[in-house]
Design a protein around this ligand. Structure first.
Ligand code: ADE
Length: 234
């Protein structure tokens, strides 16, 4: 899976994604991540990529030309078919969730477009963007952090990225429930004991206990998810 990020801050996204599991996955070739600097494509002599908005209003807008040409540079390298899916990260988009991460993880290439300032000229969005996605109802200063959040969530679902295939499946949201509590050594810490059943070695009982804990936790912390889960069971 290849991630292409159109951004004014390539070093920010590359540094943020080159450590830990995602960094290892890149090193091992399960995924690739490239950042294309939109500023490299401006035709403005002074390297400007933004301008005032028509009709007035606060702030500057990213102009269509450098964004479009930066996108075309990706198309030129990987071909129109592979450059099909362009995700614009914006608080106006559909809210990102695990289901979207799973669906996007099926693609061979994903292009993320990160805005800055007051946003991007609508005309270029109309021409290249296929998906508008938000990471939640709050406003950040730019699209880089949301793009990194989405790339992390998508990349870990790509085959080979997590060594333990099971861990992606048993985690929160994968079965519509929050994950059960987990414990490691020692058996007693601050006078708190690990639940006895986890020491029993009886996998059937352990699985039943974990499901029960998942249900309790989801009911208490995310009643909306719990309702959805129950509806799916009936
Ligand atoms: N850009 C600024 N805020 C954002 C958000 N919440 N989600 C996606 N992109 C954004």
């Amino acid at each position: 899976m290849n991630f292409h990020i159109l951004t004014l801050f390539p070093e920010m996204v590359l540094q943020g994604l080159n450590t830990s599991i995602i960094g290892k996955a890149t090193e091992r070739g399960y995924i690739s991540i490239e950042a294309v600097n939109i500023r490299d494509y401006t035709l403005d002599r002074h390297g400007k990529v933004d301008d005032y908005t028509y009709g007035g209003g606060a702030g500057m807008l990213m102009q269509a030309q450098p964004v479009y040409d930066a996108y075309q540079s990706i198309v030129g390298r990987i071909g129109q078919e592979r450059a099909r899916r362009v995700v614009y990260v914006t608080p106006q988009g559909k809210t990102f969730n695990q289901e979207m991460a799973q669906e996007m993880a099926q693609e061979s290439d994903l292009i993320f477009l990160c805005g800055h300032y007051e946003g991007i000229d609508e005309r270029v969005l109309e021409e290249i963007v296929t998906d508008e996605v938000s990471i939640g109802d709050y406003v950040l200063t730019g699209g880089e952090l949301p793009a990194m959040v989405m790339i992390d969530a998508i990349a870990r679902l790509v085959s080979g990225v997590l060594h333990n295939g099971e861990s992606a499946q048993t985690e929160s949201f994968e079965n519509g429930l929050l994950e059960y509590p987990q414990y490691s050594r020692p058996e007693i810490w601050h006078e708190k004991r690990v639940p006895e059943i986890l020491l029993s070695g009886d996998h059937v009982k352990v699985d039943a206990w974990r499901l029960e804990q998942s249900l309790l936790r989801t009911k208490e912390r995310r009643p909306d998810l719990y309702e959805k889960y129950l509806q799916g069971q009936s």
